[in-house]
Write a protein that binds this ligand. Structure first.
Ligand code: MN
Length: 285
């Protein structure tokens, strides 16, 4: 199932070139009171929501996907976890390009661990990215992103994939410079998820997935998740040994080679096999 959010916080199921509006299903979520439980309320109740959405599809109104404004498929992730330098060819380009390394000795994820991106940076493809720092290089990073379903701590690699609710395309936008990643990668609109969340059963095995990012029709990044240094199960296990994972937490798995700058007016076309494609416009302030 391809679950999306669109327009004015509508809930949808993407089917071919249309979206079925199943917003009424969200009314069946259990009521909340303060303090809120950790994690995303919809993802925590995903099993029940899926059943209800599957029934609601038949009576739903449909809209063309091309006519809706897609939001992040996860509304309230408790954490957006990033994987620094998780492809070897991205390590090589980072070491070769002063515009990326800024005088630092770039290493891989084994050395850095993980980083966190602010929740306030999250948008969907229909909202676009703001490249507001005209004085700085703003780069695209396409990444396979996964959404945690059942959370937990100290999750063994062998069980890790059973903790995945689904997958989305992720853009880990970044300004290059010497500051900490949590600063450079957390500007407003610098975390894009979309076009929808494909449930884990539908994508299947994430270990050899092709993906590509074009800017204004020109291919910039083209890679396969088989080249991840820490693959999806290892990332989940590794993250869960540092942080309790909650339903709706997002892990962006890292970007391959080909990162480059974008400017206001550019359009990023992102595609991941088994998920789909999305267009994300870049604008100035
Ligand atoms: Mn990244």
């Amino acid at each position: 199932m391809r679950i999306c959010r669109f327009d004015d916080n509508r809930l949808g199921v993407a089917i071919d070139e249309e979206v079925a509006d199943v917003t009424s299903v969200a009314d069946r979520l259990p009521p909340l009171s303060w303090p809120l439980p950790p994690g995303d309320h919809f993802i925590r109740n995903l099993d029940a929501m899926r059943k209800a959405m599957a029934q609601a599809i038949h009576m739903s109104r449909r809209k063309a996907l091309s006519e809706v404004r897609l939001l992040s498929p996860v509304a309230n992730p408790g954490k957006i976890i990033g994987a620094p330098v998780n492809y070897l060819l991205h390590l090589e380009e980072s070491r070769a390009d002063a515009g990326i390394h800024h005088g630092t000795d770039v290493k891989t994820i084994d050395t850095y661990g993980l980083f966190l991106k602010a929740g306030s940076s999250l948008v969907g493809p229909g909202e676009g990215v703001v490249a507001e720092r005209a004085d700085r290089r703003t780069d695209h990073e396409i990444e396979l992103a996964l959404v945690i379903g059942g959370g937990g701590r100290d999750i063994p690699e062998a069980e890790a994939l059973s903790h995945v609710a689904g997958y989305t395309i992720g853009l880990d936008m970044t300004i290059r410079g010497t500051e900490d990643r949590s600063y450079r990668k957390s500007l407003d609109t610098f975390s894009v998820l979309g076009p929808w969340m494909v449930t884990a059963d539908e994508l299947g095995d994430p270990s050899a997935v092709d993906f590509e990012l074009k800017v204004n029709g020109e291919t910039r990044q083209k890679a396969n998740t088989r080249d991840l240094i820490f693959n999806v199960p290892k990332l989940i296990s590794y993250a869960s040994h540092a942080y309790r994972l909650d339903p709706g937490d997002v892990i962006m798995t890292g970007t391959p080679e080909g990162v480059a700058l974008v400017e206001p007016g550019d359009v990023m076309e992102c595609r991941i096999d088994g998920i789909g494609a999305m267009q994300v416009a870049v604008r100035g302030l």
